[in-house]
Design a protein around this ligand. Sequence first.
Ligand code: COA
Length: 376
Amino acid sequence: MAELATQIEDRGNRWQLGLYSGNACVSGLGIVKKRIRVGGVSLRMGGIAGLWTHSDHRLRGFASRAMCDGIDFMRAKGYPLSVLFGIGDFYHRYGFSVVFASSGMDIASSDLRRARGPYAARPMHRADVPAAVRLYSRYNADRTGSAVRGRSWAPTWRMPRMGEGTLRRQGRGLVVVSASGRVVGYAAFDAQAGCLHVSEVAGRNQGAYASLAAAIGRRARRAGAENVRFHLPRGDPFGDFCAQFGSQRFAAYPRNSGSMGRIVDLDRLLLQLCPLFAHRLASAGCSLSRPLTLHTDIGSCTLVPVRGARIDLGSSGGRAWTVEIPQMVLTQLVFGYRAVRDVSLDSGVRIPRSARGLLDVLLPCSHPYMWWADRF
Ligand SMILES: CC(C)(COP(=O)(O)OP(=O)(O)OC[C@H]1O[C@@H](n2cnc3c(N)ncnc32)[C@H](O)[C@@H]1OP(=O)(O)O)[C@@H](O)C(=O)NCCC(=O)NCCS
C-alpha cells in the first residue's frame, strides 16, 4: 500500500479523519460526537459518517485503513460504542452488526382524521424546542439507541428518502398545545409528491396522541396524500395508540446493512452498564450469584457481584460462568436487537445453559431505535 498519513481534525460536533497520500486526501470519514441510551444509560457514541475513497484509489484498502484508524481513535478518546448507517455487505469487516430494524406504520389519512383529541395544533416555533426536547427525553427515556439531546439541541428534521423524484430536504415540525399553551406533543413531517411521511412523534398522553393523529391527518389532506407513513420503532406508544384507526405496521431487519453498531471499548462499556445490570437483576428479583466472564474477540471482561446488590468489573476467581461470544453478537444483545435464545446457535457463541436465564435478564430484547433527526 502507498505511504499514507492519517490526520484527524476536531470540527466541533464531529471529528474528521483524512488519509493523505502526500498533500492529497484520498480517503476519509467523519466521526459524529453523540450520546445514546442503552436501557436508559447515556453513553458516548462515535457515529461513522461519510466514508469515502477517491475513485482513482478504490479497492486498495484505503477505506479499511480509515475505518481501523477511526475505531482506534474512538477507543483512545473513550467512546465505548460506535453506530453507522451504511451500505450492504461492507461494514462487518470492521466488526459492525445490525442493531436497529427499519420500522414504521402506514395509516390512511382519512382514518387518521377520525381521531378526536382535546388539543389544538400549530406549527412548531423555535421557542417550542426546549419543551419538545423535554418531551422527547421523557418519551425515549428507556429507548435503547435513542440519542440524548442536550439543552442546546436544535432540530434539523432529517427525513428518510421519500421516493423517486422527491427532494431530500428537512421536514417541518408541528406541536399540539393545551389551553394554557403548554406543548403536550409534537411531530416532524414532510409531504412531497402526494405522500406524507412523519419522521418523529412524541406526546405526553393519549389526548396528545389523538390530537397529533388528527392534525397529521389534516396536513395529509392538504398535501393530497391518501396515506401517511410514520417512521417509528415497534412498541412506540403513539404507534400502539393508532391501532384503533386501522394501521399496517412494518419492520425490515436487514441482513448485513443499514443501522449497524459495534462495541469499541468492552471494559468501558460494561463498566458503565454495571448499574443498569444491577437494576435489571433487582427488578427481576434475582442476583448475580457468581462472577460472569464474557470472552469476546476484542477482549474479556468479568462482571462480579459486590456488596449491596451492586455489580462491578473484577476477576473471575475461578468459579465464574464463562460465556464465549463474538463482539458483533454481544453488540446485538447490548442493543436488545436480538434475544439471548436466538444467538445461542451463532458461530462462536457458547453460553452455559445455567447462565441463559441470567443473560436474559441482563441483556433483554427490546426495540432499539434512533429517530431520523439524530441520524448522520
Ligand atoms: C465504499 C468505499 C468507501 C470503499 O473504499 P475502498 O477504499 O475501495 O475500500 P477498500 O479497498 O478498503 O475495500 C475493503 C473491502 O471492501 C470491499 N469493497 C469495496 N467497495 C465495496 C462496496 N461498495 N461494497 C461492498 N464491498 C466493497 C473490497 O472488495 C474489500 O474487500 P476485502 O477486504 O474482502 O478484499 C468506496 O467505494 C467509496 O467511496 N464509495 C462511494 C461512497 C460510499 O458508498 N461510501 C459508503 C457510505 S456508507
